[in-house]
Design a protein around this ligand. Sequence first.
Ligand code: AMP
Ligand code: MG
Length: 408
Amino acid sequence: MLDPDRAKQIVLEHIAPKPPQQVGLEESLGLVLQEDIRATCSVPAFDNSAMDGYAVLASDLAQASPQSPVVLEKVDYIPAGNREEREIQSGQCYQIATGAELPPGADAVVMKERVEVEGNQIRFMHSPQVKEHLRFKGEDIEEHQTVVRRGELIGPAQIALFAAFGHARVLVQKPLEVVIITTGSELVDVNSPLEPGKIHDSNSYMFAALFREERCLCHRVGIVQDDPELLYEVLKSHINADMVLISGGVSVGDRDFVKDVLRKVGVEEIFWKVRVKPGKPFFFGKKEDSLIFGMPGNPASGYVIFEEFVRPAIRKAMGYATLEKSLVTATLEKRITERTERRQYLRAQLRKDGDHFRVKPLPVQGSHSLSSLAWSNSLIIVPENSEELPEGSQVTVRPLIDTLGMQS
Ligand code: AMP
Ligand code: MG
């Protein structure tokens, strides 16, 4: 049985991302950037007004108050997009729009709500600080600064930055094409009624959802009976996708044919069986550029294997800088008695308590248990050959959710 860290390393060594491609901004959402994007100018590009109001010399208004207003002469109006060349003189003001460039020399803006207007005579009741309501050149972003890094996921704000700096096309990794095949003569699709002895195929939908979370293009082939000939036909015609995930049939049962059939269709076994619980019979192989993941059929096993081995593989292939959801340390709220020579992944409820995390393993941990999967938000990682862990122990946890937004 292979050590899990070594298994992950081997999987990742086999991932060779495809050459990146240029896409237009509208196609880039949800993809991973493959170049550093730099600012081609400062933002703001020039000193400008943060308010609709009046650009002034603050020193002219040092004494202004509601009791003793100061009157300045309005020279002109500067709408957004216009540039005023004349330097402001003492006694003058310019009406100015939000975002418009300041006239030379002006050092403050007074909001229009704080003045009274009589033709060109503007009565100020407020004495502004120097720099009040101004935005300065380069205050947000400096020219040449890297604004989005290679390996970052592209979201709406990143797209706004590309556009702001005139990048109409960006270099990205295209989504992976993956095929999901579920095996098992006991399985029935969700759209068909159950007969005695049968269960609904939940894995193919679960894996498709997990792949979609990573923005892969999934083709769900559906259920294949535990029949070597049928399996051969299906595997043969789908083995050339970027990744092929086969659920079930990789264990040691008399009807677990997947490994044999994979060999017949030319898949090279890279490893089989990893020292983890759940998920021991995990298979990894390759055929030319296609990677093949043979997942144990029990849903919790498949989920754990996906999280620990397949997700990092997808992320590497898609060019992400971050391959995994980061681990946290948490205080155990309920003791863990089960000990094994394998590394355990216990489905658990993680919560925030101030700056700390607390975690409680769910009572049912069977590898078939869908409820423990659905009610958990994290996996407690119990090291191989661990002693019993009493309440209060510090444990390593893989959150399955975004912990930033977690309520404490
Ligand atoms: P296997 O790995 O093929 O031996 O499957 C182990 C067990 O996992 C089976 O007995 C089923 O109870 C369950 N199982 C297998 N495939 C699926 C599936 N696609 N959806 C839900 N449960 C499954
Ligand atoms: Mg099976």
